[in-house]
Design a protein around this ligand. Structure first.
Ligand SMILES: [Zn+2]
Length: 295
């Protein structure tokens, strides 16, 4: 009898673990504002391209409409679209449509509250350059929140030290470039490609921090964007505005692999939850990207 109970417990643990990607103890999500997928092939981004060559990637992932910032950052982190979470505009600070569900942290459920509720002791961190991210994240569910006041380099330096010191289970960093140059000078311009080199240097610093922290073999890094852009803006329906890069690298991830799954930005939160073996809120609409994991 006792043995059968032990067997049952072991079986249950095994089943539970089957939803997790083995060995993954950390995820770092790097979000680059206004980084259109169209720019990747011609961009001089050796660090990003190394993540692609040694990981999996899609340049056909899509944002939700409108192809604007707040609505899409909310969507990426909240596993759902604007109809569910209610943030619909470029600078939404409160949902224009009442959120369909509200957690005890006061907002629509995001990956942060999913982690907090199911792994209460986990360290999580959110570092964001654009102040507009602040109202979109469940600050009470996050261990470390650092507003970066439009300073990407400060955000990167802060993230590097947090990764090395705290080794968070989940780290989200928002970078304001290349969106700023996209608005000021324009997409598909030499200046836009120049600033992508700076974005790449910042990505490289974060990758190096993961190595320096000694956690590279147990960390998945995801690089994506809220939307792309066209001319000096975004918000519309062209593929330059709608298609975003989605790159994933780390243990259990296929190498040098173009992902065949179609990805919408709300799949990012769902994929993170799935990697950690966490139950997703019923209201979420994202699903884990499947075609990047080694079976
Ligand atoms: Zn944006």
């Amino acid at each position: 009898m006792k043995r059968s109970i032990i067997t049952l417990v072991v079986l249950c643990l095994t089943l539970h673990l089957s939803a997790q990607v083995k060995k993954v103890k950390h995820i770092v999500l790097i979000g680059c504002d206004g980084f259109g997928a169209y720019a990747v092939p011609d961009a001089k981004m050796p660090n990003l391209k190394k993540l692609m060559e040694t990981g999996s990637w899609s340049l056909k992932a899509r944002c939700v409409l409108p192809s604007s910032s707040a609505v899409n950052w909310a969507t990426m982190l909240m596993g759902s679209g604007p109809t569910e979470h209610g943030y619909t505009e470029w600078n939404s600070k409160v949902p224009e449509i009442p959120s369909a569900v509200i957690t005890k942290y006061g907002l629509y459920p995001s990956i942060f509250s999913v982690i907090r509720d199911q792994k209460p002791n986990a360290i999580t961190a959110a570092i964001y350059s654009w102040p507009g991210i602040g109202p979109l994240i469940e600050q009470k569910a996050i261990t470390i929140v650092v507003p970066g006041n439009d300073n990407d380099d400060f955000c990167v330096d802060t993230t590097v030290s947090i990764i090395k010191r705290e080794k968070p289970l989940f780290t989200f960093i928002h970078l304001d470039q290349p969106d700023g140059v996209g608005h000021a000078i324009g997409h598909r311009t030499p200046a836009y490609y120049d600033t992508l080199q700076n974005v790449d240097t910042r990505i490289g610093k974060i990758v190096q921090a993961v190595k320096d922290a000694g956690i590279a073999d147990e960390t998945i890094i995801i690089v994506t964007a809220d939307h792309g852009g066209i001319n000096k803006g975004h918000g519309g329906k062209s593929l330059d505005e709608v298609q975003i890069p989605w790159v994933i690298n780390g243990p259990g991830i296929k190498k040098d692999h173009e992902i065949n799954d179609f990805i919408i930005t709300y799949d990012t939160a769902a994929t993170i939850a799935w990697i950690f073996g966490l139950k997703m809120p019923q209201s979420w609409r994202g699903k884990a990207v499947d075609d990047c994991f080694i079976n």
